[in-house]
Design a protein around this ligand. Structure first.
Ligand SMILES: NC(=O)C1=CN([C@@H]2O[C@H](COP(=O)(O)OP(=O)(O)OC[C@H]3O[C@@H](n4cnc5c(N)ncnc54)[C@H](O)[C@@H]3O)[C@@H](O)[C@H]2O)[C@@H](O)CC1
Ligand SMILES: [K+]
Length: 244
């Protein structure tokens, strides 16, 4: 039986939890990211009866992308077939970029996981590749999480549209933390056009960290988030309470 969902945390509060863990408790970001990614792998396994099948993971350049790189490792350990769609051909050196996202990208690269720099592909080619690599399985949206406060800019918008088009050919979509382009406090995409179009990932499931975000319960939000599961990142309960 799943435990009841904790009360919501706004995007700012969620980011504050990360900061309190790092600064007040000395809990490294790499540990939080590891827990986040392993939690996502467990969820994908659980909702796929232990066999997620082919998984295409589309990563951005921030820590949401870092979750995607770490998730690739955990899914590989579990026997899934993973293809990484990274925002670069080669991860930056540790001297250039010491953060946990780049570290997880380097590890995934050294594992020799199938790898495509998605920023070099046209929207149509990226759509086709995602549909191929995720056939019968999942596309993971690890483009953007709680970082942005507006609609996805180039080149993220291209990847959002490609994920949307590939999903219409069968694969399910798991959003990491927040569907890219979705305002998790406001409960709708950051920007919608008058005809209802929006640059936002439409997910079948969202694995959100620490607590649900307030917008997830608002009218129409589940059209974008799908079914929401909360994944713990190992934050001490008092760290979470301190930001409420
Ligand atoms: N250590 C931590 O703080 C943890 C963070 N976690 C993950 O980290 C995420 C937040 O990471 P970040 O703060 O790096 O933010 P994101 O990864 O959400 O986004 C930052 C990146 O997006 C770019 N960007 C910002 N706004 C944009 C826009 N409108 N269009 C296109 N690109 C844009 C930035 O230049 C940057 O490269 C969370 O959602 C969660 O997935 C988890 O790993 C848990 C632990
Ligand atoms: K995301």
């Amino acid at each position: 039986m799943e435990s009841p969902a904790p009360p919501p945390l706004t995007v700012a509060q969620s980011r504050a939890v990360d900061r309190v863990c790092l600064e007040d408790y000395g809990l490294p970001g790499a540990v939080l990211m590891e827990n986040a990614a392993r939690g996502c792998a467990e969820l994908l396994d659980r909702v796929s009866d232990g066999n997620p099948g082919a998984v295409a993971i589309v990563c951005g350049k921030g820590n949401n992308g870092g979750d995607g790189f770490a998730l690739a490792r955990h899914l590989t350990i579990r026997g899934a077939t993973v293809h990484l769609f990274a925002p670069f051909e080669e991860p930056p050196d540790a001297d250039e970029e010491p953060g946990e996202a780049a570290m997880n990208a380097r590890v995934a690269r050294r594992m020799g996981l199938p790898w495509t720099d998605w920023t070099t592909l046209s929207e149509e080619d990226l759509t086709n590749r995602l549909a191929e690599e995720a056939a019968g399985g999942w596309i993971v949206d690890a483009l953007l999480g709680t970082g942005p406060s507006g609609p996805p800019r180039e080149p993220m918008d291209v990847a959002v549209r490609a994920i949307h088009a590939a999903r219409s050919r069968g694969p399910r979509v798991l959003a990491v933390d927040v569907p890219t382009g979705f305002d998790a406090d406001g409960g709708r995409p950051f920007q919608s056009s008058p005809d209802g179009g929006a640059c936002c990932v439409r997910a079948d499931r969202t694995a959100t960290f620490v607590a649900p975000k307030p917008g997830f319960a608002m009218d129409g939000a589940s059209d974008w988030t799908g079914s929401v599961s909360v994944v713990g990142i190992g934050a001490p309960p008092a760290a979470i309470e301190s930001v409420r």
